[in-house]
Write a new protein. Structure first.
Length: 64
C-alpha cells in the first residue's frame, strides 16, 4: 500500500507537543512591532489547536 504525502506547508508551521496536542505559532509577530499595542504582541505566543482544527491537521499531516 502506498504512503500518504504530508502537506508541505503544514510540516513547516505545526509541531506536536509532548502531551500529543498540536501547537503552532500565531501570526503578526515578525516585524513592525513598534506600532502594535501590547495586547497584539501578547497574543503572539504559541497556540494550541482546537479539537476541530486538530482533526483537519491530522488529515493533512498523517505522520506528525
Amino acid at each position: 500500500m502506498p504512503k500518504q504525502k504530508s502537506h508541505s506547508g503544514g510540516k513547516k508551521r505545526v509541531r506536536k507537543t509532548g502531551s500529543g496536542r498540536i501547537a503552532m505559532k500565531r501570526n503578526s509577530r515578525n516585524h513592525l512591532l513598534q506600532q502594535k499595542n501590547k495586547r497584539q504582541k501578547k497574543l503572539g505566543r504559541t497556540l494550541i489547536s482546537d479539537k476541530t482544527d486538530t482533526k483537519k491537521l491530522t488529515s493533512l499531516l498523517p505522520y506528525l
